[in-house]
Design a binder for this molecule. Structure first.
Ligand code: GAR
Length: 219
């Protein structure tokens, strides 16, 4: 079978990098329609960079502490990504709030994985808050990024049950397992243009050009 044209992606990380690892494993398949041309971290000594090295992926550190303003830091990131010909940015545990300038530069080319079923539990500590709130179903979301925190158009979601005696670590582990399945699938849908952002911020701004299941269940 002829290998597909591969979308050039960068994975932005700030820590452990297990979602980056899941994307890297998917990209090892010659038929997978995307390739990681860069793993970029804003922190210099994180486990995710070691994992990227194990996968022989090009890495770059653009340390936010080296820049006076958030805008300067993000301009440096854009320069690095542009020089590598990046077509899509996948944020995978990238824990910095992005400014509007960066978001509009990469509009429609910037996706994120978030550990909740958006629009519930935007922001941090999602598993703790899900437990506090007593939800019975929790999960993760891959979405395009817009100026609203965790608010862009949803690409795909995966659901897991919340068990009666769960603590945040147990729930987090159950969600993470689904994140590792969901992110490569969502990336594949985007790279093959079966899902794309039609350009506005409405909730249903994702065009589905071919029937595809955008929902996964860990039940
Ligand atoms: C993941 O659970 C990801 O969904 C979350 O951070 C974790 C990173 O793990 N992202 C966010 O909370 C973004 N708001 P990883 O570094 O092992 O992929």
């Amino acid at each position: 079978m002829k290998a597909p044209r591969k979308l050039k992606i960068a994975v932005l990380i700030s820590g452990r990098g297990s979602n980056m690892g899941a994307l890297a494993r998917a990209c090892m398949n010659p038929q997978f329609p995307a390739e990681i041309v860069m793993v970029l971290s804003n922190r210099p000594h994180v486990a995710g960079l070691d994992l990227a090295r194990e996968h022989n992926l090009p890495i770059r550190v653009v340390d936010h502490k080296d820049y006076e303003t958030r805008g300067d830091h993000e301009a440096a990131i854009t320069e690095v990504l542009e020089s590598a010909g990046v077509e899509l940015i996948c944020m995978a545990g990238y824990m910095r709030i992005l400014e509007d300038g960066f978001i509009s530069r990469w509009r429609g080319q910037l996706i994120n994985i978030h550990p909740s079923l958006l629009p519930s539990f935007r922001g941090v500590n999602t598993h703790e808050r899900a437990l506090e709130r007593g939800v019975r179903i929790h999960g993760c979301t891959v979405h395009f990024v817009n100026a609203e925190l965790d608010g862009g158009p949803i690409v795909a979601q995966a659901a897991v049950p919340v068990m009666p005696h769960d603590n945040a670590d147990m729930l987090s582990a159950r969600v993470l397992e689904m994140e590792h399945k969901l992110y490569p699938k969502a990336l594949e849908l985007i790279a093959t243009k079966r899902v794309r952002w039609s350009g506005d911020d409405a909730q249903l701004a994702v065009d589905i050009a071919a029937g595809e299941i955008l929902f996964w269940s860990g039940f």
